[in-house]
Design a protein around this ligand. Structure first.
Ligand code: N01
Length: 502
C-alpha cells in the first residue's frame, strides 16, 4: 500500500474521473459522465467484459426477478425483451449492446483490478494502483457491485471433496450433470433458479436447506410479436408500460408496508403456493418458513416446489457437519454420496472486499471505518474521511421489490450534480460531514425499527453482525430519487480551489 508521503509513481496517468466496475452501475456512470461532456475518465474492470453480476452468473436458469422493461436503463429502452422476466443471456446481451452503442468503450480498461486507492492530500486526488499501471484521479466512482464476491460456506472438508464443487456465480459449464448425483447447498434466489434445472438432468438431487425461503408464484410470460412491434412503433407506449410496471411494484410495497401486518396477503399467497405445488405433508412442513415473510428476500418461482416434489429430489434439513471425499455428512451422522456439489451460498455483502483497498484521508481503510461505525454512507453515496469518493449501490440503497437500475440512475444523477457543482465553484474536494452522515443514517435506522427486519425473527444478508439492516432502502424508490436529485453542498465540507491535478 502506498502511503500519503511516498512519491506518486512517475508513470501514474492523470484523469478527471476513475470509475471502478463495468456492470450496470459503472456503465451508467460512464455514459452519463460522457453525456455531460466529462470525457477524461477511465473505467477499470477486473473481468474481460461489461455486465458485472450478469456476466458472472451464468448458471442454468439464471434470470431476473424484476420485469425487464423496468430492469433496464431509462435512457436505453429495449422493445425486444422476449419475456417479462428476461433470462441472463438476454440481459448480458442488452448491457453489451448499450455499451457498444454508447461510444464510451474506448475508455474501458478490462482485465485490470484495482489493488489500492489512496487519497493523496497533496495532490488532492486518488492514487489508484492497479494490476496494470497507476492512475491519479480527481474523483473515484465505485460501482464494484454488492453481489460480486462469492461467499463460500465455512464447512469442514469442502476443499477435500473428491468430486466437483463450484459456486453458483462461478458455474463450471464443463461439468456434465446428466445422470449424476448432485447436491445443492443453499435455498436462496440463486438456488431456487438452479434447482429446477439440475433436478431435470441429475439422477438424484439433494437440496441442503438451512432456512426455507418464502416463494411466490412467478407471473412470467413471453411477449408476442404484436406486442413487441407495438412497443417499438407506438410513440410513448414503452415508456407508459414501464411507468405502469414501476408504479405497480411501488404500490405493491409502498412506504412502510414492510411492516409485518401489511405483508399478510403476501404470506397467504406464498402459503397457497406451497399447498398447490406439494401434496406430501412432510415435504410441505419442511419447506414452510418459520419467519415472517419479507425478512429475507421474497423469491418467485413456479418451478421450484415441483422440482422439490420429484421422487429423485431429497430436501435435507439436517445441519451439514462436514464434507468427505465422497459426499456430505449431516449432524445426525448420515453420509449422502454425491458426484457434484453446487454451492449457492451467496455473496460477501456487508463486508465488501473492495473496502479493504480504499484508504481515506486519515490513512485508514473504508473497511476499518465501517468495522468501527457500521456500514453507512451519506445518501448511500459519500463517506466522511473519503473526499471525492462516490459509491454506487452503497449502504442502504438495495431493493427487494423493484429495479436496482432505477436506484443506480438516481445515484448517478447525484454524482453528476456533485461533479457539476465542483466545476462551477472550483471546489477541489467534497466530503460529507460526520453530522450529516450520522443524521441520515439515524433516520434510516429509525425507519427500520418499524419493519419486518427488526421484528421478523430471521437473519439475512441484509443485516450486519449487529442485526442492523445496512443493505436495503426502507422507503419508496421515488423518495430516494427525490432526495438525491440535487447535490446538497451544505452537508459537505468543501475544499478550496487548488491547482488542478489533471
Ligand atoms: O444468496 P443468498 P443467493 N450452510 O445469500 C444458504 C440476488 N439474486 O446467491 O438463509 C448451509 O440469498 C443460506 O441459508 P440461510 C438477490 O438480491 C437475484 O441465492 O442463511 N446453507 C441461503 O439459503 C439475492 O438476494 C436474482 O440460512 C448455507 C443461501 O445459502 C442475492 O442475489 C437471482 C450456508 C444463500 O442465499 C443473493 O442470492 C439470484 C451454510 N454454511 C440472485 N451459508 C435475480 O433474479 C449460506 N447458506 C435478480
Amino acid at each position: 500500500m502506498t502511503t500519503d508521503t511516498t512519491p506518486v509513481p512517475a508513470g501514474a496517468r492523470r484523469v478527471d474521473h476513475l470509475v471502478v466496475g463495468a456492470g450496470f452501475a459503472g456503465l451508467c456512470a460512464a455514459i452519463q459522465l460522457d453525456a455531460d461532456g466529462e470525457r477524461d475518465f477511465v473505467v477499470l474492470e477486473k473481468g474481460g467484459d461489461v455486465g458485472g453480476t450478469w456476466r458472472d452468473n451464468t448458471y442454468p436458469g439464471a434470470a431476473c426477478d424484476v420485469p425487464s422493461q423496468l430492469y433496464s436503463y431509462s435512457f436505453a429502452p429495449n422493445p425486444d425483451w422476449s419475456m417479462s422476466f428476461s433470462p441472463q443471456p438476454e440481459i448480458q446481451a442488452y448491457i453489451q449492446r448499450v455499451a457498444r452503442e454508447s461510444g464510451v468503450l474506448d475508455r474501458f480498461v478490462f482485465d485490470t483490478a484495482l489493488e489500492t486507492a489512496t487519497w493523496r492530500a497533496e495532490e488532492q486526488a486518488w492514487l489508484v494502483e492497479t494490476s496494470r499501471g497507476d492512475y491519479l484521479a480527481r474523483d473515484l466512482v465505485v460501482g464494484a457491485g454488492g453481489l460480486s464476491e462469492p461467499k463460500l460456506p465455512d464447512i469442514e472438508g469442502l476443499a477435500s471433496f473428491g468430486g466437483e464443487v463450484f459456486h453458483s456465480a462461478r458455474w463450471d459449464h464443463a461439468a456434465d450433470l446428466s445422470g449424476k448425483r448432485v447436491a445443492v447447498i443453499g435455498t436462496g434466489a440463486s438456488a431456487i433458479q438452479i434447482i429446477p434445472e439440475v433436478a431435470e438432468r441429475a439422477e438424484h438431487l439433494d437440496v441442503y436447506q438451512r432456512t426455507a425461503p418464502w416463494v411466490m408464484p412467478r407471473h412470467d410470460r413471453t411477449y408476442s410479436r404484436l406486442e413487441k412491434a407495438a412497443l417499438r412503433h407506438v410513440p410513448g407506449l414503452q415508456k407508459a408500460y414501464r411507468t405502469a410496471i414501476y408504479w405497480g411494484r411501488e404500490s405493491y410495497v409502498p412506504p412502510f408496508t414492510l411492516a409485518p401486518a401489511v405483508l399478510l396477503p403476501a404470506r397467504k399467497a406464498a402459503e397457497a403456493n406451497i399447498a398447490r405445488s406439494i401434496s406430501d405433508p412432510e415435504l410441505r412442513a419442511k419447506v414452510t418458513p418459520d419467519f415472517q415473510i419479507g425478512c429475507k428476500r421474497i423469491l418467485i418461482s413456479n418451478r421450484y416446489y415441483p422440482a422439490l416434489a420429484r421422487p429423485t429430489t431429497e430436501v435435507v434439513t439436517d445441519r451439514i457437519a462436514r464434507l468427505t471425499e465422497r459426499g456430505i455428512v449431516t449432524a445426525d451422522g448420515t453420509e449422502r454420496e454425491v458426484d457434484v456439489v453446487i454451492v449457492a451460498t451467496g455473496f460477501h455483502t456487508t463486508e465488501l472486499p473492495i473496502t479493504e483497498h480504499l484508504v481515506g484521508r486519515t490513512g485508514r481503510t473504508l473497511a476499518a471505518r465501517w468495522k468501527e461505525s457500521g456500514m453507512a454512507a451519506y445518501k448511500g453515496t459519500t463517506v466522511p474521511e473519503f473526499p471525492n469518493l462516490f459509491l454506487l449501490v452503497g449502504p442502504n440503497t438495495g431493493l427487494g421489490h423493484s429495479s436496482m437500475v432505477f436506484m443506480i440512475e438516481s445515484q448517478v444523477a447525484y454524482v453528476r450534480d456533485a461533479i457539476r457543482t465542483m466545476r462551477r465553484h472550483r471546489y477541489a474536494t467534497v466530503e460529507p460531514t460526520e453530522r450529516a452522515t450520522a443524521a441520515w443514517n439515524e433516520s434510516l435506522q429509525q425507519r427500520m425499527d418499524r419493519t419486518v427486519w427488526s421484528t421478523g425473527g430471521c437473519s439475512s444478508w441484509y443485516q450486519d453482525e449487529h442485526g442492523r439492516n445496512t443493505t436495503l432502502w426502507p422507503r419508496s424508490t421515488f423518495g430516494f430519487r427525490r432526495l438525491l436529485a440535487r447535490f446538497d453542498t451544505p452537508a459537505y465540507a468543501v475544499g478550496a480551489p487548488h491547482t488542478d491535478p489533471a
